[in-house]
Ligand binder design. Structure first.
Ligand SMILES: NC(=O)c1ccc[n+]([C@@H]2O[C@H](COP(=O)([O-])OP(=O)(O)OC[C@H]3O[C@@H](n4cnc5c(N)ncnc54)[C@H](OP(=O)(O)O)[C@@H]3O)[C@@H](O)[C@H]2O)c1
Length: 290
């Protein structure tokens, strides 16, 4: 719990051991002063245990819920779609129902889009290519039934996690360390990467301003996987492999969403400090671990 002042309203953050949840907790005293924040982890209770969720909610009576917990790995959702639907859709539905009278913020993803267009606005049509994306579209629909509630679509988030393997930068770092002399990264797959700490402060601000509906929260610059790799590798003296250009079209796996870059002008109009591009954020935070 961030503050022990019991006169402060209570916010719940689910998935508090995860990447974005842990940053929401870490910066709560700065961006949510006047709130107590309870980070909920699996050790507190399993969100699939509907009776436990209801019991804890009715006991705590939070005044805000920021829902980060989910099956977040695309391959995991593909392997076990039933579990992905239960966690990503049913759990979200129960929490949204319990939170029907209070602000509720739920994370979604740029992978609700098929990536054929790029620079997506909140009004663009969704067309997920993966089970993960399908569960997120379904969760969005459940959340948006309540006009007080907020859906935050974000792109790949960079940061440091306790487990060391949750964020895309941690995964890329591991891959590059174990790669041979050359490693191909796609020049034709685009994302709007963002530091998780930036996502977290944006979501605190949106939530405390009681914003509702869909908001895209992502880096202000569209970058290719290759460009992202170059930016990060420059921070990693232990990486010796050479980055080479490759094409997603040569990738043997299932179809990928090639350009899920997002237009973030809606959120930029609300935030007191605009979101930077990932390159700009890295340059401005040279000592930050990524
Ligand atoms: N990070 C990104 O790049 C990114 C991009 C787009 C969208 N998002 C969305 O943003 C949200 C937060 O992502 P994240 O990267 O912070 O996720 P994460 O690091 O994978 O964390 C998710 C958390 O959910 C918890 N969780 C899953 N099932 C649970 C259950 N049944 N009961 C209790 N806890 C459970 C996990 O607990 P355990 O640790 O115990 O498994 C984990 O701590 C997610 O909705 C994700 O889809 C993230």
């Amino acid at each position: 719990m961030s503050s022990s002042n019991l006169s402060f309203p209570l916010a719940w953050v689910t998935g508090a051991n995860g990447l974005i949840g842990s940053y929401l907790l870490a910066i709560a005293s700065r961006y949510a002063p006047g709130w107590r924040v309870r980070g909920i982890t699996r050790a507190d209770f399993d969100l699939l245990d509907a009776a436990a969720v209801e019991h804890e909610f009715l006991r705590d009576r939070p005044q805000l819920v920021i829902h980060c917990a989910a099956i977040t790995v695309v391959a995991d959702a593909h392997k076990n779609p039933a579990l992905a639907r239960r966690v990503n859709v049913d759990v979200t539905g129960q929490l949204a129902q319990l939170a029907s009278d209070i602000p509720f913020a739920c994370f979604s993803t740029d992978l609700v889009f098929d990536g054929r267009q790029g620079n997506y606005t909140e009004a663009d049509a969704v067309n997920p290519l993966t089970v993960y994306g399908e569960t997120k579209v379904a969760a969005e629909q459940v959340v948006l039934r309540n006009p007080r509630h907020l859906v935050v679509r974000t792109s790949i988030n960079a940061g440091v996690t306790a487990s060391g393997n949750r964020s895309f930068n941690e995964q890329l770092h591991r891959t590059l360390l174990s790669a041979g002399p050359g490693m191909k990264l796609f020049t034709d797959e685009f994302r709007c990467p963002i530091a998780a700490v930036e996502t977290a402060r944006a979501v605190w601000e949106l939530s405390l301003k009681r914003c509702a509906g869909i908001y895209h929260v992502a880096g202000a610059k569209k970058l290719s996987r290759y460009e992202i790799g170059r930016l990060l590798a420059a921070r990693w003296p232990d990486v010796t492999t050479t980055l080479e250009t490759g094409s997603a079209k040569d990738f043997p796996g299932p179809p990928r969403s090639l350009d899920t870059s997002m237009d973030i002008s809606k959120v930029q109009g609300v935030l007191s400090v605009p979101l930077p591009g990932f390159d700009e954020w890295l340059a401005g935070n040279p000592a930050e671990r990524v």
